[in-house]
Design a protein around this ligand. Structure first.
Ligand code: HEM
Length: 550
């Protein structure tokens, strides 16, 4: 037999090829066979009818990664046309079942803890960055307790102090940073990269307030470099392939250790020096140092350090992206900037033609247009486009959600041969929510693509019952968001803890800009950039022209 094989090989044209020529042939032939088998598998082999429809793709393992990664919203919408609100796509070897619309979001955000797990989906991306024993490196019940500790630090008393601190940081940045050099040199107009500015202003204000004075002081020194290296670990590649031995991950690991030690030193120093006095500190470290778990164990210093890193990372990109989009949207509608200025003059009138200092209670309750601008920015530009969970046990998807409803054309419905029964999403699949899709659904919103803060004024466009009932997972009552088409902060047990802080921070930064400047776009409105984990405005159209108010 082997002699015959050898003879056949010698007679074949391949035998005359050199080693490298053979490698080249193999490099073409094997992938081609893999593609062929993958296509046959999808088109010809029978599938369990209970599985959600699977998005057709040529390349095994890679699946739809490229089209999804280039423009996730276009991908979601075009698949929705063909398959309905629930469908699976292959993403780098994983089966991802997308569930769209308010019901789809509800299935994922409010899924039972026995059915879906955020920690299993995220831990290999987040734990090397945040550190051990916090957030997704602990069982869910522990995370819920940790969120309660953080909630204690996000108090109204602290927020009252933060407003003045944020104004101070923004004002110093505008008057001292070289990005504003034209305005500092007496010119009435100056062009700035608003994305870069917002990244800097966000970290300056978050460190001055939540993170504490020591972190703020070190921002001008080593902390900024550590932050940069740690942030380099937050890349989609690390979500796709855990523990890759690449230089950015080595830098990430070194920075994680150094930053964790840095926070430990702060805590140690404070414990030594304070002895009963908080020295008037109102930051998160101070709040966490007082916390104990239900079983009486005190929150450890290393855990505090890692929670502080988690908060830094969770808030930085989300808030700086939202701030940038808000400034750019306003730049495209300068008349709204003037309305915001009029709102400031109305509520902060000092009776002598000037403006009083910004104040927490007014910012919270009496600037509806400013509030609406942030809301509307988050409707059009939610920073997180895809939210994932790993499936722990098979999930039954009700027929009402599984049926491709009004969003699907009759032709594609027929092609899709939809059953009346629901689907079953199997264990070890991942589920993906994309609330940004229903946030621009023309069936829900009037003229959904337009930036219109007025849709949030007065009664607004959404019905109150769309917020769902109130639930408490151990860190404060929140609305379940069960039927809401608007969920930029997520919903359920993993709902964002930083929403109130983000509103305070963004509102104060925007109000400070509105009081100092009017502005317009320097070029055209930027497209979204989906290359990082967060949706950012694409360079080079990030610049705005600021004009100082007289
Ligand atoms: C979770 C959005 C700002 C801390 C989330 C989630 C979303 C979100 C959608 C849910 C993720 C999921 O379900 O998997 C936003 C937006 C922000 C913002 C749009 C700003 C505009 C902040 C800030 C902080 C923060 C300022 C900290 C001070 C967190 C934490 C979680 C979280 C710790 C994880 C909660 C968990 O898994 O239980 N955020 N966030 N966020 N956010 Fe935010």
């Amino acid at each position: 037999m082997s002699d015959r094989l050898v003879a056949a090989w010698q007679a074949s044209p391949l035998a005359s090829l050199s080693h490298w020529q053979l490698v080249a042939v193999a490099a073409v032939v094997f992938p081609a066979i893999a593609v062929l088998l993958n296509v046959i598998d999808q088109l010809l082999l029978p599938k369990k009818p209970s599985l959600p429809p699977h998005v057709f793709h040529l390349f095994p393992w890679i699946g739809s990664a490229v089209v999804y990664g280039m423009d996730p919203y276009h991908f979601f919408e075009s698949c929705r046309e063909k398959y309905g609100d629930v469908y699976t796509f292959t993403l780098l070897g994983r089966n991802m079942t997308v569930a769209l619309g308010p019901k789809g979001s509800n299935l994922i955000f409010n899924g039972r803890i026995t059915e879906v797990s955020a920690e299993d989906a995220y831990t290999h991306l987040t734990t090397p960055v945040f550190g051990k024993d916090v957030v997704y490196d602990v069982p869910n019940a522990v995370l819920m307790e940790q969120k309660k500790f953080v909630k204690a630090g996000l108090s109204v008393d602290n927020f009252r102090i933060y407003v003045g601190q944020i104004v101070d940081e923004v004002t110093k940045f505008a008057t001292q940073d070289e990005a504003f050099v034209e305005l500092q040199n007496g010119s009435t107009e100056g062009s700035v990269d608003i994305f870069k500015t917002m990244c800097e202003v966000t970290i300056l204000t978050a460190s001055r307030t939540l993170q504490g004075q020591e972190v703020r002081d070190s921002l001008d020194k080593t902390f900024a470099d550590l932050y940069h290296d740690l942030d380099g670990g937050f890349i989609p590649l690390n979500f796709a392939i855990p523990n890759l031995p690449i230089p950015s991950n080595f830098r990430r690991d070194k920075a994680q250790k150094a930053m964790s030690d840095f926070y430990m030193q702060i805590i140690e120093q404070r414990r030594k020096s304070q002895v009963g006095s908080k020295d008037g500190r109102h930051d998160m470290i101070e709040a966490l140092m007082d916390q104990s778990y239900k079983n009486g164990r005190k929150l450890g210093d290393r855990e505090i350090a890692h929670i502080m890193i988690a908060l830094l990372m969770a808030g930085q990109h989300t808030s700086s992206a939202t701030g940038s989009w808000a400034m750019l949207r306003l730049a495209s509608r300068p008349e709204i900037i003037e309305r915001l200025y009029a709102e400031q003059k109305e509520v902060y009138d000092d009776g002598a033609g000037g403006l009083r200092e910004l104040d927490y209670d007014i910012q919270k309750n009496s600037v509806p247009l400013l509030d609406a601008v942030v809301r509307e920015t988050l409707r059009l530009h939610p920073p997180i486009h895809s939210i994932m969970r790993k499936v722990k046990t098979d999930i039954a998807v009700p027929a009402s959600l599984a049926s491709p409803q009004s969003h699907t054309s009759a032709a594609s419905l027929a092609a899709n041969k939809k059953t009346d029964a629901g689907y079953v999403i199997p264990k070890d699949y991942y589920v993906m929510a994309a609330p940004g899709v229903s946030q621009t659904d023309p069936k829900i919103w009037k003229d959904p693509a337009s930036f219109n803060p007025d849709r949030w004024m007065g009664k607004g466009e959404l019905e109150p019952e769309e917020q769902g009932e109130t639930v408490d997972y151990g860190w404060g009552a929140i609305s379940s968001g069960a039927n809401s088409p608007y969920l930029p902060f997520g919903a359920g047990r993993h709902r964002c803890i930083g929403e109130q802080f983000a509103y305070l921070q963004l509102g104060t930064i925007l109000a400070t800009f509105v009081r100092r400047y009017s502005w317009k776009l320097a070029t055209r409105f930027p497209d979204p950039d989906y290359n990082s984990m967060i949706v950012l405005p694409k360079a080079p159209n990030n610049r705005i022209i600021l004009k100082e108010r007289s």
